[in-house]
Design a protein around this ligand. Structure first.
Ligand SMILES: O=C(O)CCC(=O)C(=O)O
Ligand SMILES: [Fe+2]
Length: 209
């Protein structure tokens, strides 16, 4: 095989590329009208997307008040609002493919992209629901694409109960739907394992945070 051909084949494998959503999606129906769809390996070439986002996204730290003092949020963040150019074209494709696939069920498109960078196992997000805005009262969807090292996304019924978990990294997709943001909580727990960085991209409809 010539070097050029070999190079181009490697390129194809290395480039971020979305696979279909019409196969490979596994739906888990939860209690109280909530559900989770899981699509491992939705994005091929996830390493390249990770590298690019790690480099070009203007990540920033946030501080929040907790127990009456200011603490660092244990992850870096960047939010892309509706109409803002996303930092890689495959992310616009991902958002649009999600909108097409879930449109009939969701009734509106995904428009925003929130991003989190978990630098290592000490970074995390505590138990919460994405309940700011319309998701407080209405069913909605939050779709999360993950690149980089795998971390666990845990879910449990709001107010307590048995939790379930999904491993998210390397181009995996999870979609939380129905009443999930209102009736269930989710988190990315800290881990003592030696894990590399992970980036999550959360696509949401208008007015959901
Ligand atoms: O990083 C993740 O997969 C979850 C992030 C999350 O729950 C949020 O930003 O609301
Ligand atoms: Fe969340």
């Amino acid at each position: 095989m010539s070097m050029a051909l070999q190079g181009s084949l490697l390129d194809v494998a290395d480039h971020p590329e979305l696979r279909t959503l019409t196969t490979g999606l596994q739906r888990t129906v939860l209690t109280r009208g909530a559900w989770v769809d899981y699509r491992p390996g939705w994005l091929g070439g996830a390493e390249e997307l990770f590298d690019q986002l790690h480099r070009v996204v203007p990540w920033h730290a946030e501080r929040r008040e907790m127990y009456e003092r200011m603490v660092d949020v244990p992850r870096l963040l960047k939010f892309y609002g509706e109409g803002e150019t996303l930092p890689h074209p495959v992310l616009a494709e991902a958002r649009d493919q999600l909108s097409r696939h879930y449109g009939p069920e969701l009734g509106e498109p995904f428009v925003t992209a929130g991003m989190c960078l978990y630098r290592d196992g000490r970074d995390s997000v505590a138990w919460h629901g994405d309940r700011i805005g319309r998701a407080k009262n209405l069913d909605t969807m939050v779709a999360i694409l993950s690149v980089g090292s795998a971390r666990s996304l845990m879910l449990r019924p709001r107010g307590g109960g048995e939790s379930i978990g999904f491993s998210l990294g390397h181009g995996d997709l999870v979609v939380m739907g129905g009443s999930c943001q209102r009736t269930w909580d989710h988190c990315i727990p800290k881990t003592a394992k030696a894990v590399g960085p992970r980036i999550s991209i959360q696509f949401r409809p208008r007015g959901v945070r």
